[in-house]
Design a protein around this ligand. Structure first.
Ligand SMILES: [Zn+2]
Length: 134
């Protein structure tokens, strides 16, 4: 049982480090590929940094939950309400990350509308302004 808890905590630590380096690289790549206009670089980088911060906060919560699990294993009191608060916080932060990713995909420069000339999102099939097919 002790070993299992230890492995769990060790894994949490490793995945937090991996996540940190991965997200950092993603932010750099996004900034490089979006280098067409200064504003889109700043915007996307800012969003990526927000995602990075949220991921870091989530990893901290994971670790805290891990510590709580360990404390219970050691015969400590289990505080279900505190656990629930942390789980809810994680859900909340994951939702924010999802929303930020959505914003980033829309911020990516996509095709120019052949009808009205508006710059559309990279994933758009139709112009958001006039509805023409892209
Ligand atoms: Zn259009």
């Amino acid at each position: 049982m002790d070993n299992r808890v230890n492995r769990f905590l060790e894994k949490a630590k490793v995945s937090a480090e991996m996540l940190a380096s991965k997200t950092g690289r993603a932010a750099t790549q996004a900034a490089t590929s979006a280098g067409k206009t200064a504003t889109s670089v700043v915007g996307t980088t800012k969003l990526n940094l927000q995602i990075f911060d949220l991921n870091t906060e989530i990893e901290i919560l994971y670790k805290e939950i891990g510590k709580m699990v360990y404390a219970v294993h050691k015969g400590g009191e289990s505080d279900q309400s505190e656990l629930q608060v942390k789980l809810d916080l994680i859900d909340e932060k994951l939702e924010k990350i999802e929303a930020l990713r959505e914003q980033i995909s829309q911020a990516k420069t996509g095709p120019i509308c052949p009808n009205c000339g508006r710059e559309c999102g990279a994933e758009d099939a139709f112009c958001r302004n006039c509805g023409a097919q892209l």
